[in-house]
Design a protein around this ligand. Sequence first.
Ligand code: PEP
Ligand code: MN
Length: 340
Amino acid sequence: MIIVMEQGATRSQVDYVVNLIREMGLREHIIVGAERTVVGVIGDDRQKDKDKLENVPGVEKVIPVLAPYKMASREVKKERTIVPLGGRLGGSAGGKKLALIAGPCSVEDRSKLLEIAHAVKESGATGLRGGAFKPRTSPYAFQGLGEKGLEILAEAREQTGLAVVTEVMSIDQVQLVARYADVLQVGARNMQNYNLLLAVGEQSKPVLLKRGLSATLEEFLLAAEYVISRGNGHVILCERGIRTFETYCRNTLPLAVVPEAHRISHLPIIVDPSQGTGHAHLVPDMCRAAVACGADGLLIECHADPAHALTDGAQSITPGVLQSLTGSLRRIAAAVDRVI
Ligand code: PEP
Ligand code: MN
């Protein structure tokens, strides 16, 4: 951090600040300018309580230099993290090959899920999504099939080789979901459920972490830091849109997060244009835009009969649309030096 002293701050005020810095186990580098004095702090101050310095007499402001997250940051790890998805198809997120994950919002029944899984596989995807435990706004809405849904997903993996990506909503579900899933999805509403983040951080399965509805990028990366801090470095970030004043779509999908996350973090980031827009007609274009701006993959809701889907039919594309979409995605991927 850098501490900017007020104009006219006295020598003893600067000395007091220096003492506080040393008490924190850090060192100072004092720059005396014509207008004011600036104290640069040497050492890792991320764990230190910087706020207390702001109220010290003579201090004008305290400017953090290091990102508050550490293991998720590029300052600590320069090379990109590649997260294997599991399944038999060898998919991963973060390498040259994109992670294409598609499937229904929820697992509804066995035959429908198996049918969609085969279509997803045909389209060239390596992952199958589908919620068995669903975070619904209303307690009266379909809540998912629970363990039965997980069994169906596992059967789909057996038949297709696709990696199963499914949500875990609470700590008591972690063991169960981890037995069936290849990737543990932590939903947007749980991005700041710190105990859940720690619990999935103790698992050996990768974690797909969705951005919270009103989370800043910094809060998003700090959530990833919780998972990594428990030893699980296989975190895939997922931008799924945020709440804004805009009403033409369900959420606003900020794609600039993708190159920015790549600049400050080594973690892969994929995009979910289904939750991100709420409308199936917007999904293909936003998929193409996401790949063009460097996303490491896509999470797409796909349903054979969206009009009768139990959840999120309006934002689910059909297998036919998915098939033609991947054709154009391949061309865009090639233009940005990626493959599907
Ligand atoms: C989902 O993927 O179906 C879902 C509920 O996502 P989110 O947590 O991003 O709303
Ligand atoms: Mn959904």
